[in-house]
Design a protein around this ligand. Structure first.
Ligand code: ADP
Length: 397
């Protein structure tokens, strides 16, 4: 069985064609700068990489280009659309409408459209991607797989905000959490690696990338997570502020003459590591600048490490202990100084890391950086959100 996974971002579209018998990737690629000048498709298959520079005014065109590449006589891997047995679409916001992966139907698309104001950047792009795929493959079954599903096991006292309960009921204002497919995948991989059942473990998973979130996974279930109603909450990120006193929004809007939407755009796009450092949102640039003595880059990194550390401590408290901490995603897998900052001075929970192992380069495999005598395991596990989406699509069908 071959499953195509489509992950539509606001200006990008990532895809993977996965053979579910082996769970191997047959082809994968990315469309970048959709709707912006200089868009291109990078397609990887049969050990080769092809870059196609072509205008992509919207996600419709991007999907058409991807399907062309997959069936192309030279760089393609399938002879026709009929070779694709199912399509799994990553969906960001579910509200309380979808608590689990859901079949793509006219009805579910209409409900997704109603949820667009919850994820104005991601949901509309995902819907266009879904419609374009349906037009090209009208008979192929498809699923929406949500970033939020894994977190629906949170208890009410963890997902509720302390606002008027009537407004929670009226508008579903609550913590949803995101990156669920990643937190689920790495927590299950950690259990496998440790030779235990997920039910036996208390794990804190740190998905640290351009967007970052930290999750408490108790007995295989998400019981709390750092992102909230939207991905703006939690630790500071590449360009997002993370947790902030909401009164700042009004104060900033007044001082800078901004609308609420503009102030939120500032907190989503101009804050975080980029805002504090004035250097970049990219951790490679930040660590390079800090090494050269840039104080604001160092401050941004210190703030990031400190904030993540507080979440780890909070979740250890929430679960009455922690057996394992997992680092994943771009920063979690590749930035030793961040892992060290988070794990330093954690002897109060019996945690230490092996500083030498922590410095070793990412080789794409699971790495155990647990320190000698540490009671808490510390693992680096490459995430694979696409594989989870493919697995959940197959399970649903
Ligand atoms: P997202 O999926 O949220 O866009 P990623 O998980 O790809 O983000 O993470 C991107 C971040 O990871 C960037 O800040 C980047 O600097 C950092 N990073 C550090 N080293 C690497 C590396 N070798 N490869 C990819 N990303 C890296």
């Amino acid at each position: 069985m071959k499953v195509l996974v489509i992950n539509s971002g606001s200006s990008s579209l990532k895809y993977q064609l996965i053979d579910m018998e082996t769970e191997g990737v047959i082809a994968k690629g990315t469309c970048e700068r959709i709707g912006i000048d200089g868009s291109k498709l990078t397609h990887k298959a049969k050990g080769a990489e092809t870059v196609i520079e072509k205008d992509m005014p919207d996600h419709n065109v991007a999907v058409a280009l991807v399907l062309d590449a997959l069936t192309d006589a030279k760089i393609g891997v399938i002879s026709s659309m009929d070779d694709i047995d199912a399509v799994g679409h990553r969906a960001v916001a579910s509200g309380e409408v979808f608590k689990a992966p859901t079949l793509v139907t006219d009805e579910s698309i209409a409900k997704m459209e109603e949820l667009c104001d919850l994820a104005p950047l991601h949901n509309p792009a995902a819907i266009i991607g879904v419609k374009a795929c349906r037009a090209a493959m009208p008979k192929t079954p498809m699923a929406f797989v949500f970033d939020t599903s894994f977190h629906f096991t949170m208890p009410d006292y963890a997902y509720m905000y302390a606002i008027d309960y009537n407004d929670y009921e009226k508008y579903s204002i609550r913590r949803y959490g995101f990156h669920g497919t990643s937190h689920k995948f790495v927590s299950q991989e950690a259990a496998k690696y440790l030779g235990k059942k997920p039910e036996e473990l208390k794990i804190v998973t740190c998905h640290l990338g351009n967007g970052s979130s930290i999750t408490a996974v108790n007995g295989g279930k998400s019981v709390d997570t750092s992102m909230g109603f939207t991905p703006l909450a939690g630790v500071p990120m590449g360009t997002r502020s993370g947790d902030i006193d909401p009164a700042v929004v009004e104060y900033l809007a007044q001082k800078e003459n901004l609308t609420i939407a503009q102030a939120l755009n500032y907190l989503n796009k101009k804050s975080g590591m980029a805002g504090v450092s004035g250097v970049s949102s990219d951790f490679r640039d930040l660590t390079a600048a800090a090494d050269k003595g840039n104080k604001r880059a160092k401050l941004a990194l210190d703030m990031f490490g400190y904030s993540c550390k507080k979440y780890v401590g909070a979740y250890a408290a929430a679960m009455n202990g922690v057996d394992c901490i997992v680092f994943t995603a771009g920063v979690g897998e590749n930035t030793p100084c961040v892992r060290e900052a988070i794990c330093d001075n954690m002897d109060y929970i019996g945690l230490s890391i092996d500083k030498e192992k922590n410095l070793e380069k990412n080789n794409g495999a699971i790495r155990d950086i647990t320190g000698k005598g540490s009671k808490v395991k510390v693992l680096i596990i490459p995430t694979n959100e696409e594989l989870v989406i493919a697995r959940e699509t197959v399970e649903l069908l």
